[in-house]
Design a protein. Structure first.
Lengths: 1072, 354
């Protein structure tokens, strides 16, 4: 079937902000989809609330809406744009749920909008537990014994009937939100309750646990004619029981015989046919380890995280093909872009091993419950490619940027045998390293298998890595022969680890390796195991083999990517990397990307001219540079990951394009930076650098509490805390000390005040400031977690002039060429510089979109030698537009039990959304709605518990809420003060007070809003902590800063709901 | 140390496993990621040094259920990395031990991707694997190597029966894969398997409902006697005939078509084939080095299946005859089971004509 000509205008739905369980993979998918549609001359209307994405670029769609993804908002867009079709299967669970909601309301039919790709009935057959079970039973596919429940009581009954353990899976949620494994009725009660809460339809599946079975996944595509292919099989190294998003996954499946493989492949095809999927689909199985018995775990009738992985693992662009299928094409009509010769209707075959390793946020959330189960906790992932299993695994570990270079983790060395076994049983993020340590200390594989059920094939591989590590420790540079060295490199070890094992420096190790001619070579990812010639392949490294990389040209520029999505370094940097590559291409350069994140657009085979799927370590990067011999390397777009590599690039004799190394260092080096500031007469909060705990305490006493404690060269305020006492300082210094620190720790006087953020492009002479942003929350809340407003709303022109002046002088003095990000605080009517980042920042995509200034393109042009005054946006400050754009952070606290919810200087948000409006309060409201805050439009009940320091400020907020008709419940002190100020408030007891108290109020689902400002310091077991966690589990909006509360109160005064919000087409913003 | 030396002089250095003798053969590659045991025992690989492009081979060991014939038939197996510590509930021994017990040479630790690229670019080549650097004499022997009448070596010696049922099928064994028999028997058919050179009259007079022409090794045109025998069956009966792989080629030759050698053949589990009549593409298992030339087809032949990668003929039907054939392997093993429907069609055809 060729293109369906009736499709002329399509609404593409994105997946919204990055949250745990729904990350950058949908930007990759959405971007591919938009391009696939526009290639066919179809008009694309795009809606997504996430401004950090490439898909929300104005080049990606004809009409672009950065608006909240609620049914009402999308309805308004449909009314305005009148698309004939809607594509929702590439927008994750968010997109799918929206489509189902609009269909169920009859809205799509009413507006004559057809749903492209898989139709609603099919989606329902896959998504609705009961319908799914019925369909599968009708074609004889085994599903696990289970029951659908709507109440906790029904769940308990099933438990009584079938026995434990049981798995709870809420319907229509992503990343397994609210689910878990229950081993007894007590646990079931708790998990079922939160599961029912999390489900859109208040429904859970309770099923018999098949924990310990092999977990196998297939990615399947089907077109409208019924042609089916499986793109890739994947095997979770962690057996059933750990969410696939939290599992270490290898592709292809490694331990299946052809009979087993074909059995599951055929089943996948029967399933996709029975469901009538048109597009992509992911099928997950549990396979017994002792028979051919298998069960279906889950079917996702859409493009998913696994499809992104499968795409990058094989080179097969699943999202693009799914989009083409949705507009009518058959698989046999779409050409395979990698080979240019074959068709999309084939199954990739690979001749290497792929490893996906999750990236968890536990390096930031040290207090979090780290146990892995059915609820996903990873924020991102890395992928590594090797020519054997060991190489793929070790390279994946090296890609994580957790200071681990082998399976030897310094954090697990301290354990005794018993502790090791116990920790392995806890099933957390360190399990692989604990297993390695256990094997190292002589624990048998049988014991480990008994606890973990991990396949012996994998345990043997882990053991072979450990044995190599141990063997290398017995060697010296003199005794190490070439064969062993080559074997070790082929197992993926970096020079750094090998040097440590041998007791020499990394430099010596490299020299030894070069002397013995153990050199990297690059192999292609080509979808076909070399059967056909590939035209746009990508590469991975191995050692001492035929090198397939093309010889260097003399016009290559290498862009360093930003690695896995983690808190503090998200999809924004992929946006920046991709745009820099596109601009380089336009300028006629050969572009190379080095990155290891399978979820991103930057790792698409057709983004750069050549992609190297490699760890972002100095050694791996230098190897690529040696292969490519680039004109220069771009480090300012890949976040802190790329910046950290700058020194190594320069030391190896390569040229950095844009701001030079010494100027990058000047921004990070306290003393040098202080000199710059002094010279310019610019103030910054007083501060000192220290290395030890005692020095830190001394510094704090010199500066006076409170102080900010933070390591230098970090992202997202990692390890940053406000210390009020010596005890705080000592605690934080110990946490920081867990990570290897090459650089000093910074102790700064903490300044309370208004925070301002400026992104600027400088060319050495001139500067262009696209816009200035102001934070709603005062300094002290990390800029990534603050609500940020463009343009500024509270600054007089004189202050703006001062900001422009200081920024301009700083940029010039620091010899910035390209992008720079400045953070200021206004405290006591004085402007202070808090931080200068000589690189692209988190706000670049946001500011680019709302100002219409193509920031990355201009920065790249400047980096390549052009002058701002010759470019089309001129110099100086771009006049602010007549609109308000409010960036609101999005958190994933519900996925991370025991994590403190209140905001502080360490970043906690996983993503962001944008609210755009002509009216300031409406923009804030859009932002909050987009961020998933369940805004209490109709009033209701609010709990206010306010720390003593903040109480006075809370009065006017209480007054507004009171005026809006809220019933205020407050703890004794707060209630008394509110009442005293003529704000009606009911007194309610705390958690330890007699019932009925606050807990009862919340548990009876009566509360619509909680405003809670925490008492200072970290005390995870306090009442406030419980209150905030309860709010998160029950999805009650919980504001921990009065600034946020005030903003929300003013939004509510608008008396608008999402129905009343007018969607704005970004392309038309210029006309406002 | 062991050495693979190709006709063009290229040498790959690796380690031997399994048997320790030298081996000469045609070097080919298979891109399937699973199914090494089925590949090893597929008689169509007879006379070949088979390279697996997937780098980890032996992961799930070897068992007694999965072989496609009584013993390995390849001349040697070439892998990137041999797994010595396999794990699978069915595994009985390691691949290395199995090959040693069956006296089959293995070569591991070579850059199989480089070898594959070489074959892809230059075409299938002869090669020799030796424990020492090969002598001039050995190289000369390699260059002269030709597989001569390989079907004779792999066909059964005596007829035998298998399965129970109303439908009676004569199977001509050119080097069959067991799953062809299993697939037919699963339909409730009684099979009589005959050696390749069986007198056609024996089949014509055997009271059969149809004839199955199986897969097998080598150049189809080496089998002139069989081709003549097939002509007899075709001319003197109305029996439904189904051909697979070599069976497909021999049927075409018997009908007057011609075959030619492909540059590097099709061997793997991912080959897309379009069923022209159904307008559907199926992923197929393939293992062949020769193809039927479209321009040589008799007028009565209709192309029913086409390879989506290189447009070669993958299936034929003959007007006025109850005969059809496919180049690929609907019996899978290894590979996808998507085209098993062809056995249904064969059974239906026999039922209809009975």
């Amino acid at each position: 079937m060729p293109l369906n000509k009736e499709i002329k205008k399509v609404l593409v739905v994105g997946s919204g902000p990055i949250i745990i369980g729904q990350a950058a993979e949908f930007d990759y998918a959405g971007t591919q989809a938009c391009r696939a549609l526009r290639e066919e001359g179809i008009e694309v209307v795009l809606v997504n609330s996430n401004p950090a994405t490439i898909m929300t670029d104005k080049e990606m769609a004809d009409k672009l809406y950065i608006e909240p993804l609620t049914p009402e908002v999308v309805k308004n867009i449909i009314r305005k744009e009148r698309p004939d079709s809607m594509l929702a299967t590439l927008g994750g669970q968010t997109g799918l749920n929206l489509a189902m909601e609009l269909h169920d309301q009859g809205f799509l039919e009413e507006m004559n909008v057809r749903l492209l790709g898989t139709d609603i009935d099919s989606i329902k057959k896959a998504e609705d537990r009961e319908a799914f079970k019925e369909t599968m039973e009708s074609i004889g596919e085994p599903v696990i014994e289970s029951v659908i429940v709507n109440t906790v009581e029904e769940a308990l009954q099933f438990g009584e009937d079938t026995g434990y353990p049981l798995i709870v899976r809420p319907a229509y949620t992503l990343g397994g939100t609210g689910g878990g494994i229950a081993h007894d009725p007590e646990e079931l009660k708790e998990i079922a309750h939160s599961g029912l809460q999390a489900s859109r339809v208040h429904q859970c599946l309770i099923e018999k646990s098949v924990a310990g079975y092999k977990e196998i996944e297939f990615e399947v595509l089907r077109d409208g004619k019924g042609n089916c292919i499986t793109v890739c099989s994947m095997e979770n190294i962690d057996p059933v029981g750990i969410h696939t998003g939290d599992s270490i996954v290898t592709a292809p499946a490694q331990t299946l015989r052809d009979k087993e493989y074909q059995m599951l492949r055929s089943a996948a095809i029967r399933i996709i046919n029975a469901l009538g999927i048109e597009g992509g689909c992911n099928v997950q199985y549990a396979l017994d380890t002792e028979s051919m018995q298998y069960y279906l775990i889950e079917v996702n009738p859409r493009v998913s995280r696994s499809s992104a992985l499968a795409s990058k693992a094989t080179g097969y662009p699943i999202a693009k093909i799914a989009a083409k299928i949705s507009i009518g094409y058959g698989l046999d009509e779409i050409v395979n872009g990698v080979t240019g010769k074959t068709y999309a209707c084939f199954e990739p075959t690979i001749d290497y091993v792929v490893m996906k390793f999750p990236r968890w946020p536990f390096d930031k959330f040290t207090a979090a419950d780290k146990a892995l189960g059915t609820r996903m906790k990873a924020t991102g992932e890395v992928m590594a490619i090797g020519w054997n299993f060991e190489a793929a695994l070790v390279k994946a570990v090296r890609s994580l940027e957790l200071n681990l270079d082998s399976l030897e983790s310094p954090f697990v060395k301290k354990y005794t045998r018993e502790q090791l076994l116990a920790r392995i049983g806890e099933q957390d993020d360190e399990r692989l390293f604990l297993i390695a340590q256990a094997l190292r200390t002589g624990v048998s594989m049988e014991e480990i298998h008994a606890i973990t059920k991990i396949d012996y094939f994998f345990l043997n591989k882990i053991k072979s890595i450990v044995e190599m590590e141990e063997f290398l420790k017995t060697q010296s540079p003199e005794t190490l022969d070439r064969k062993t060295l080559l074997r070790a490199k082929r197992m993926g070890f970096g020079d750094q680890a090998m040097a440590r094992f041998l007791g020499i420096s990394e430099k010596e190790m490299r020299a030894l390796r070069v002397e013995k001619q153990v050199l990297p070579s690059y192999k292609m990812v080509d979808t076909c195991s070399a059967e056909f010639e590939a035209i746009s392949p990508y590469y991975y490294s191995t050692y001492g083999e035929e090198n397939e990389a093309k010889p260097a040209t003399n016009k290559t520029v290498v862009v360093l990517g930003s690695g896995p999505i983690r808190i503090g370094q998200g999809i924004e940097f992929d946006y920046c990397s991709v745009h820099s590559v596109w601009e380089l291409k336009k300028a006629g350069y050969d572009t190379v990307i080095i990155n290891n994140n399978p979820e991103t657009v930057s790792t698409d085979f057709d983004t750069s001219d050549r992609l190297y799927f490699e760890p972002l370590t100095p050694e791996d990067v230098l190897n690529v540079l040696e292969q490519e011999k680039p004109l220069g390397v771009v480090v300012q777009f890949g976040g802190q990951t790329a910046i950290k590599l700058a020194k190594h690039v320069v030391d190896a004799g390569y040229k950095i394009l844009g701001t030079q190394l010494e100027d990058i260092d000047a921004a990070e080096d306290r003393e040098v930076f202080d000199e710059v500031l002094e010279k310019l007469g610019v103030s910054r909060p007083k501060g000192l650098t220290v290395f030890t705990e005692d020095e830190a305490v001394e510094a704090a006493e010199t500066l006076g509490y409170p102080v900010l404690v933070r390591p230098s060269y970090v992202l997202g305020g990692q390890g940053m805390e406000i210390a009020y006492t010596e005890k705080n300082i000592r605690e934080y210094m110990r946490i920081i000390g867990r990570q290897k620190q090459e650089h000093p720790i910074l102790i700064d006087k903490y300044m309370m005040g208004k925070e301002i953020e400026v992104d600027a492009i400088a060319d050495g002479d001139d500067i262009l400031i696209p816009g200035i942003m102001e934070h709603i929350e005062r300094a002290g809340v990390h800029s990534g977690d603050s609500i940020s407003v463009y343009p500024t709303v509270s600054l007089p022109q004189s202050r703006i002039d001062e900001l422009i002046d200081v920024t301009t002088r700083l940029a010039k003095e620091m010899h910035v060429v390209g992008l720079m990000n400045f953070q200021y605080v206004i405290s006591g009517d004085k402007l202070y510089v808090i931080e200068v980042n000589p690189r692209a920042s988190r706000t670049v995509p946001y500011i680019s979109k709302v100002t219409g200034v193509p920031v990355i393109q201009l920065a790249m042009d400047v980096i390549l030698g052009k002058k701002l005054r010759d470019l089309s946006f001129g110099t100086g400050m771009v006049p602010p537009r007549k609109l308000f754009a409010v960036k609101v952070p999005v958190f994933s606290f519900e996925k991370l039990p025991q994590v403190e919810v209140s905001l502080g200087p360490e970043m906690k948000s996983t993503g962001e959304v944008l609210g755009i409006s002509r009216d300031y309060n409406e923009a804030v409201l859009k932002g909050l709605i987009g961020a998933g805050v369940i805004v209490p439009y109709e009033g209701g009940k609010v709990i206010m518990t306010i720390a003593d320091n903040d109480k006075q400020e809370a009065i006017p907020i209480g007054a507004v809420l009171d005026y809006l008709g809220f019933d205020i419940y407050a703890t004794e002190g707060t209630a008394r003060l509110l009442n005293f100020n003529f704000v009606a408030a009911n007194k309610v007891g705390g958690f330890h007070d007699p019932h009925p108290n606050m807990q009862d109020l919340i548990e009876s689902d009566q509360i619509n809003l909680i405003i809670n400002t925490p008492t200072k310091g970290r005390s995870p077991m306090s009442d406030g902590f419980h209150l905030r966690r309860m709010a998160v589990e029950r999805r009650i909006p919980c504001l921990t800063s009065l600034d946020t509360a005030r903003a929300l109160a003013h939004c509510l005064k608008l008396q608008k709901t999402d129905k009343d919000l007018e969607p704005l087409n970004i392309q038309e913003l210029g006309d406002l | 140390m062991a050495y693979l030396t190709l006709e063009d002089g290229t040498v790959y250095e690796g380690e031997s496993f399994g048997a320790e003798h030298d081996a000469i053969g045609e070097v080919v590659f298979n891109t399937g990621m699973t199914g090494y045991q089925e590949v090893l025992t597929d008689p169509s690989y007879s006379g070949q040094l088979v390279t697996m492009t997937y780098p980890l081979i032996g992961n799930y060991g070897v068992n007694m259920q999965d072989p496609e014939s009584d013993a390995p038939k390849v001349s040697a197996l070439i892998v990137r990395e041999l797994c010595e510590l396999p794990n699978n509930w069915r595994s009985e021994e390691t691949l290395g031990k199995y090959m040693k017990d069956n006296n089959i040479l293995g070569l591991c630790g070579i850059d199989t991707r480089s070898l594959t690229r070489r074959i892809r670019n230059l075409g299938t080549m002869r090669g020799i694997i030796t424990m020492e650097r090969p002598t001039e004499a050995q190289l000369a022997q390699m260059k002269d190597f030709a597989v001569i009448r390989p079907v004779d070596k792999v066909t059964c010696r005596e007829p035998y029966e298998m399965g129970e049922g109303e439908t009676k099928i004569a199977v001509l064994d050119f080097g069959l894969k067991r799953n062809i028999l299993r697939s037919l028997a699963a339909h409730g058919a009684k099979l009589t398997v005959y050696p390749a050179h069986t007198d056609p009259h024996k089949i014509l007079e055997g009271g059969f409902d149809g004839v199955m022409l199986t897969n097998g090794p080598g150049d189809p045109k080496d089998n002139q006697e069989i081709i003549q025998n097939l002509k007899v069956i075709i001319d003197e009966s109305e029996l439904p005939i189904f051909g697979i792989c070599l069976g497909h080629q021999l049927m075409a030759l018997a009908m007057g078509a011609d075959t030619a050698k492909l540059k590097y053949g099709h061997r793997g589990s991912n080959h897309p084939v379009k069923d022209v009549e159904k307008d559907r593409v199926f992923i197929t298992s393939q293992n062949h080095g020769y193809t039927i030339l479209p321009e040589s087809l008799p007028e009565c032949a209709t192309i029913t299946h086409i390879n989506m990668n290189d447009q070669t003929i993958e299936g034929l039907r003959y007007e006025g005859k109850k005969m059809f054939s496919v180049q690929f392997h609907p019996e899978a093993s290894p590979g996808p089971e998507d085209t098993a429907y062809l056995f249904d069609e064969f059974l239906a055809m026999m039922k209809e004509s009975r």
